[in-house]
Design a protein around this ligand. Structure first.
Ligand SMILES: Nc1ncnc2c1ncn2[C@@H]1O[C@H](COP(=O)(O)OP(=O)(O)OP(=O)(O)O)[C@@H](O)[C@H]1O
Ligand SMILES: [Mg+2]
Length: 259
């Protein structure tokens, strides 16, 4: 097995498709027998809910993983319904963690220290970040080598990106020199909306080949699937959204696994 690739799915802007991308990209990778771990680092817990993780399987969760020395990834993770796909679920205490860790001088490396202890159990670890640039997201950036940034095809989409990239540069120079932007995923594309087209052109102009060729369309099946506790790829394999995420997984593997 190759070295585990650790990826933050990150954008401090809310509702841009981070969780939807984390769930469906992971499922598409697991479907081709890649061993994948998802980490739900968002106090909202949408990723855990979207995968139908019951409360009895959340008793040891990402809060304990970060806060308790003895809790390992093995202990905090649970299987999903999807073969090859495990998850460290979110926990309700997570929302207080910024405050609890504010005096801890190792606060930015908590997740890194835990991930660092598992050796090549997984091909991929994807971390679903909350919509902020606080301690949780910094923990994710310190623990990762690659960033995947979903960008919603809407006005103002690029505005928050400069701030995100500034934070990434700061993390790179102070905490994690290996961090790289793997790619930008354009999400919720609506062909009837001319603005969508403008955002694509803008993104390609400014970010060049960092922008994935695959574009995720706005598709109602993608938004229905989480309420059934399933990734869209299992809920409706043939819908446009699922097809797009399967295509994205192919492009992603080609890029990430290219020598
Ligand atoms: N391509 C899409 N087509 C239609 N609906 C989508 C699409 N992608 C995401 N959604 C829906 O939009 C909402 C926001 O998506 P999602 O939760 O993935 O974003 P997020 O960036 O993780 O949000 P947050 O910042 O709150 O964590 C959800 O209700 C989701 O189901
Ligand atoms: Mg989310």
């Amino acid at each position: 097995m190759n070295k585990t690739k650790i990826i933050s799915v990150v954008n401090q802007k809310g509702g841009v498709g981070k969780t939807t991308t984390a769930v469906n990209l992971s499922t598409a990778l697991a479907a081709i027998d890649k061993k994948v771990l998802l980490i739900d680092l968002d106090p909202q817990g949408n990723l855990s809910t979207g995968l139908g993780i019951k409360s009895e399987n959340r008793k040891i969760n990402v809060y304990d993983l970060i806060m308790v020395e003895q809790i390992s990834i093995e202990k905090a993770s649970t299987k999903t319904k999807i073969p090859y796909l495990d998850i460290v679920p979110s926990g309700i205490n997570l929302s207080g963690i910024e405050f609890e860790l504010s005096d801890d001088k190792n606060r930015n490396k908590k997740l890194y220290n835990k991930i660092n202890k598992i050796k090549n159990t997984y091909d991929y670890i994807l971390i679903d970040c909350p919509p902020s640039l606080g301690i949780l997201t910094i923990n994710s950036l310190v623990a990762s080598e690659l960033l995947l940034v979903p960008l919603q095809c809407e006005f103002y989409a690029l505005e928050g990106l400069a701030q995100l990239l500034k934070t990434v540069e700061a993390v790179k120079s102070n905490l994690n020199p290996n961090l790289q932007l793997e790619g930008i995923v354009l999400t919720m594309y609506d062909s009837r909306n001319r603005l969508s087209e403008d955002v694509i052109n803008d993104a390609r102009e400014h970010l060049g080949n960092k922008v994935f060729k695959t574009i995720i369309p706005r598709n109602v099946r993608l938004s229905e699937a989480p309420s059934h506790g399933l990734p869209a790829i299992l809920y409706d394999r043939k819908c446009m959204g699922s097809e797009a995420y399967i295509q994205l997984a192919k492009e992603f593997i080609k890029r990430v696994e290219a020598v």
